[in-house]
Design a protein around this ligand. Structure first.
Ligand code: NAP
Ligand code: ZN
Length: 352
């Protein structure tokens, strides 16, 4: 198959900085959409993959799964999209479409293995893997392209494609509703979207943070209260009071203090720690019929619903716009919990 060489940024090993690279994109097939990338968000998962924190990374890794861009070419069988449209691509670019998960619009759990936007085997260019949005363009099957509401700022909408759907999906699956007391642990990219969505759904939102200095921002983002998890008295005062907790902590940790915050029958959903956790006290769950659950991004249908909700409620991310060349400093800052509250790369900087 004929391919086009384009500019990208990636890491050649788990200890290397990200540097400029050339990668290949496939020619547009009948179901494909070619997208000129304008913005790409920086997710903590990009860093985990570059650093091989979860194992299984193969190099070079070209991260980026919060992609916004403009359609520049469509295949003969493409419906619903035309040249010039503003579109998004999230964490997945393909799945089998036939297994029971895909049939239920849960492509992220495709039983034959979803093709993720980066670091998955590339079905179209043999012997290579998928490369993400830290690049100038991408070619994606129409089923995995999202329509971005026209009223949303393009750069600030980019993080909706991962941070947005990853927080929206569990809030929706666990029926968070008006009046519920909802805790969001970790004020980073995911957490700040969790706060915005829980607030928009009418919940009483409590930001649970290790960083007291983020309290003012948390309230501006929509939190009604701030709970500093390092403060034992504050944690004690909130014991047994939460209907739902969204836990975005990016590393393994002791869950007991957070399980203690849940009411009888309440649920804490893990989205952050894709790695071994510390042991927890079974009594914490048993004495209160509590649940600890997990959640992975969301399906394509649900992602479109989330974007449409954002369009209706004018919800986007709070971002710091950076040049592609600033990516290594941005990674350091995310690792130090110092991001307000999502970095987004302006892809003009890679094109010039
Ligand atoms: P992020 O921007 O770095 O935010 C994480 C926040 O967690 C930090 O800002 C910090 O907030 C808090 N935190 C960090 N280390 C902590 C620790 N040791 N103990 C307690 N709190 C800590 O990261 P993100 O992009 O939101 O991603 C969060 C995690 O979700 C990452 O591991 C990422 O890979 C994962 N993820 C999962 C999915 C999924 O589908 N399940 C999708 C996307 C990302 P405070 O300063 O407020 O404490
Ligand atoms: Zn992500």
């Amino acid at each position: 198959m004929s391919t086009t060489t384009i500019k990208a940024y990636g890491a050649k090993s788990k200890t290397a900085d990200l540097t400029p690279l050339d990668i290949e994109r496939r020619a547009v097939g009948k179901d494909d959409i070619k997208i000129d990338i304008t913005y790409c968000g920086v997710c903590h998962s990009d860093i985990h993959t570059v650093r091989n924190d979860w194992g299984g990374s193969s190099y070079p890794v070209v991260p980026g799964h919060e992609i916004i861009g403009h359609v520049t070419e469509v295949g003969a069988d493409v419906k619903n999209f035309s040249v010039g449209d503003v579109v998004g691509v999230g964490c997945m670019v393909d799945s089998c479409q036939t297994c029971s998960s895909c049939q239920k619009d849960l492509e992220q759990f495709c039983e034959n293995g979803a093709t993720f936007t980066y670091n998955s085997p590339n079905k179209h260019i043999e012997g290579t893997q998928t490369y993400g949005g830290y690049s100038t363009s991408v070619v994606v099957d129409q089923k995995f392209v999202l329509s971005v509401p026209k009223n949303l700022d393009e750069a600030a909408a980019a993080p909706l494609l991962c941070a947005g759907i990853t927080t929206w999906s569990p809030l929706s699956h666990w029926n968070v509703k008006k009046g519920d007391k909802v805790g969001v642990i970790g004020l980073g990219g995911l957490g700040h979207m969790g706060v915005k969505f829980a607030n928009a759904l009418g919940a009483h939102v409590v930001m649970i943070t290790t960083s007291p200095e983020k309290g003012k921002d948390a309230k501006a983002l929509g939190a009604h209260e701030v709970l500093v998890s390092k403060n034992d008295d504050e944690m004690e005062a909130h014991q047994g009071s939460f209907d739902f907790i969204l836990n975005t902590i990016p590393v393994g940790h002791n869950m007991d203090p957070y399980i203690n915050l849940l009411k009888v029958d309440a649920t804490m959903v893990l989205v952050g720690a894709v790695e071994p956790m510390d042991g927890f006290h079974g009594g914490g769950l048993i004495m209160g019929r509590k649940h600890v659950a997990g959640s992975l991004i969301g399906g394509i249908k649900e992602t479109q619903e989330m974007l449409d909700f954002c369009g209706e409620h004018d919800i986007t991310s709070d971002i710091e716009l950076i040049d592609m060349q600033d990516i290594n400093t941005a990674y350091e800052r995310v690792t130090n919990s110092d991001v307000k509250y999502r970095f987004v790369i302006d892809m003009k900087s890679l094109k010039s």
